[in-house]
Design a protein around this ligand. Sequence first.
Ligand code: ADP
Length: 450
Amino acid sequence: MNKPLLGCIADDFTGATDLANNLVRSGMRTVQTIGVPTDLEAPIDADAIVVALKSRTIAPADAVAQSLAALRWLQGQGVQQIYFKYCSTFDSTAQGNIGPVTEALLDALHCKKRGPGHGPEHDNSEGFTIACPAFPENQRTVFKGHLFVGDVLLSDSGMRDHPLTPMRDANLVRVMQAQTRRKVGLVAHDVVARGADAIRARFAALQADGVGVAMVDAISNADLMAIGQALADMKLVTAGSGIALGLPQNWQRNGRLQTSSSGNTQADALPPATGHRAIVSGSCSVATNAQVRDFKQGGGLAFAVNPLALAAGTDVVSNALAWAQTKLNDGPVLIYATAEPAAVLAVQAQLGAARAGEIVEQALSKIALGLVTLGVRQLLVAGGETSGAVVQALGIQRMTIGAQIDPGVPWTGVLSPACPGAHLHMALKSGNFGSTDFFSKAFTVLKASA
Ligand code: ADP
């Protein structure tokens, strides 16, 4: 059994499976934990560990505390490099949480203890890391520090209307600088295109100039590989899931990771899928709205959750489950709060954004729990925050990564106290991921891989 090489801290649950999926694809045996495991002693037999937090939209101080707890646990596992994973659309506000968490992790990793009776002493630098949400396979590219979603700037994409983290500025150097005391710089694409040595030289120049966080351009998988190579000795990497594709090569090169270990071994490891099929969707992203429409237009069975009815005290959870009970034999069934921006705004105007988000997440997670109790064993959840709430309601502690449905979204195998002794297949879909026919395609992939 080898010590894990890479320790990852993901700020939401869909992002965690997205990252784990990329690591598995590039040859790292990966274990994903839900939250920081309480069992400190149990060594984990894997090349990479992803700790999934639900820290993207909580208060910055709480996000920092949870991330530092994850860091300490990962350090206890003996990992060589830390990876802080956030969304490929850089979901955050001016308060954070990407900046504050990055800063806290840098402080912790670059702080040497002098011994008893002495205070902590910083090493020569305040630390240096990168930031790069690029994931070109999923149409997230960074050029001249600006994030593009497909063909448009982040600020012109549907992300400008996100219920919790509206992104109205595509200039990520500026966005990151607003969240951190450290100086933010840029490694532009002309440097990235010249390869790992040029990137490393630019890192050194930026650091000499007092930069603590370098935003890095990337528009292709080749860029990710060059950047990955340049990150071999960096203690902390902060990024979306794309950068993970370029890291395993470093350990393969120095012989610490078998080049022969293949993601397929894990993908095939999930037991055959059984039981009823259901989708729970709390994402209001453009892609999810299109997926809900497509599913309904194709004759899919669907039940809409109305946030205002929830707020008024209607027992929407029981109504949804009573409806599902009569339909599950003909499933998959879809239960959704997904709505277009105008409808979301109208709800938020009455309830406030935080309360609306919270009551919808609570209701959908209770519905998911009820569905599993009714025999659902193949569960697809759409929405990062929504997935976090559902995974917590189901009491899931670990996820095994299985077959990929679309880039960033694998099926996973989990155990839940809600269905003791049974295997549950779950897929957690980040809002803007997945093709339009994702909701029907997902179950076909599972059938094919089982
Ligand atoms: P995504 O991955 O698309 O960002 P999330 O689940 O992370 O999706 O975030 C969507 C948020 O919007 C959640 O907090 C959810 O509860 C909330 N929400 C879902 N439907 C509605 C609605 N109809 N009105 C207001 N808020 C909603």
